[in-house]
Write a new protein. Sequence first.
Length: 397
Amino acid sequence: MDRRLYNESPYIKDWQTEVREVAEKDGKYHVTLAETAFYPEQGGQLADYGTIDGVPVEGLYERDCTVYHILPSAPANRVVSCRLDFARRFDHMQQHTGQHILSNVFEQLFKADTSSFHMGEEDASIELSMPDIPAQAIKAAEDKVNEYLYRDPSVKTHVVSPEEARRFPGVTPPEGADVVRVVEIETVEYNACCGTHVSRLGEIGIIKIVRTEKMGAGQTRAYFKCGRRALQDYQVKHDVVATLGRQYKVTETELVQRIDQQAAQLKAATKEIEALKNRLLDIEATEMAKSVTSPLIVRSYEDRHFEELNFLGKHIMKNGSFVLILSSVPDMRLVFARGEKFTDINCGKLFKEHLQAYKGKGGGSPNWANAGFASVEDMKRFEAFLLEHVGELNPGK
Ligand SMILES: [Zn+2]
């Protein structure tokens, strides 16, 4: 069993101690120390980073009441100097203590229990017994939880026997524990907890819920950020809002309305463009139908998309009975269609029987079919095949 310095004070970041055991496993060194402030991942809290005699600790785990430190090389000295990445640790203390008070507030305001806590590198989250958390509930919880931070009560740790732990209101000691750490947020709550906490709630700075996710079975997960994470989140979002405000030349409060307006304008403009394109296609089709001398219309386009050609084909057919082969080179797709005079041609059947030989995929009805190809060459070969086929049928007779 080693001495856990983080239980005595989570603010210890430099210490000297003796190396107890070093075991080599798969080229890494698993080291135990007489005293450690390195917190292994447990209770929803992430593991610490740091160095032992300047060598970075690559991993931590606990076994038989001892913390193992994984190092890339064996310590050269019996007595080593350890250093904690305290910025990371303090962040964990902010998120973890933030979770205590946030869970408490949800319990007070909405009788919601917290069933789990997860701390990620970006967000922390709690799972709450609420089917949904509406926007006004989020705001109410944020307001109340931050009020607690302004009041700045102290956070104390009591290391006691299980019997003594039971005397603290609401505390149930974990089964089989010899000693229990009871974390007290002064005048607010007591909790049996083994994590690391700030010494006053004010050190958390700010708590912000950033999003929620419905989990089903009456549960919702609330993602939140505390302290520096919340500040950084605000900085990023402020930059986004300020940039958009400059681009749209409006104040922050007018931004959403302005973006909604622009989206509506864009929708209307897109609709208008579609209508104009349709009219143009109609004019093009009418002129083409008038100018052709044969009912067989074959066109291959280097710069037009298939969807447009499909529309063009439909407009052409409104002007008479033709046989059409329209192909789009960029999309490697073609449409093959015939008017009611050409009942000898069955477009869909033809595609079904021959497309595969040209590595094409598609199909259609007797009077309208389309296909896509793996290469322009395949499409051209199929086009030639179609021409040969309709040539034999003498279209127009
Ligand atoms: Zn805790």
